[in-house]
Design a protein around this ligand. Sequence first.
Ligand code: FES
Length: 106
Amino acid sequence: MGDRRITDHPILDFDEGEVIHFTFDGKPMEGREGDTIASALHANGVKVLGYHFKTKRPRGFYCAIGNCSACLMIVNGKSNVRTCTEPLLPGMVVEKQLDRGVPDDV
Ligand code: FES
């Protein structure tokens, strides 16, 4: 899967940014400096970020501003991370979340 970013736009210019390596469900992937986790996944063609814990329906981008829970994923072993607003960092281990996750205070 190649990079699926907009590269040519009539009004906007896009900085490329440095390449950031991370993994998604064990697969090596590349993002760009300035990406959120979810934007990097979309650029790699990943649209399903997890599954609803009860209905098992696929979940993905919805609000993209951190106000819902459609993009919750497990990041570096921590569940319930809102990946639409979480900056992508080198070496992140990102996984689909299939359940309610573990609350922060456990
Ligand atoms: S898509 Fe709504 S919080 Fe991320």
